[in-house]
Design a protein around this ligand. Structure first.
Ligand code: 5GP
Length: 135
């Protein structure tokens, strides 16, 4: 995988406001926050997208994500928040190193705006069994 800005942040070559780190995970403030407290949680493992991430790194992120979110909420006073995780340019990924956004939703309306375009599930049984068959 080509190096990204997050590789340099992980190595300490580019500064960031660090919030949490352990053997597998680093969390730091987003440089262009959508809302106050906008935090990025990344694996140390170099993987471009979530589907390429090892179970070990994924588990390590999953273990700390709720704890980091609680701290962000407590400090910013937000009650609601989104976890955003983009994969691929068409899905709005700009930095090709897996990352989870924690984005608080504040009373003043700052937070993640989502355009949600629900459709109808037509072939659920077939689709579910096809996906299940790949696991
Ligand atoms: P994506 O669109 O890939 O899901 O989000 C990438 C995020 O990384 C953006 O929210 C952007 O502001 C953040 N970001 C990009 N470069 C830097 C940087 O050098 N430092 C920090 N702290 N955040 C960055």
């Amino acid at each position: 995988m080509p190096e990204t800005i997050f590789t340099k942040i992980l190595r300490g070559e580019i500064p960031c406001h660090r919030i949490y780190e352990d053997e597998h995970v680093l969390a730091f403030l987003d440089i262009n926050p959508i809302s106050r407290g906008h935090t990025l949680v990344i694996p140390r493992e170099p993987a471009e997208t979530l589907d390429q991430l090892s179970a070990e790194s994924a588990a390590a992120i999953g273990r700390v994500l709720p704890r980091i979110a609680r701290a962000v909420l407590e400090v910013t006073g937000a009650k609601d928040f989104n976890i955003l995780q983009n994969n691929g340019a068409a899905a709005h990924q700009a930095v090709f190193h897996v990352h989870f956004h924690i984005i608080p939703m504040h009373a003043d309306g700052t937070g993640l705006g989502i355009e949600w375009r629900p459709g109808k599930l037509a072939d659920g049984a077939e689709l579910a069994s096809s996906i299940a068959g790949k696991l």
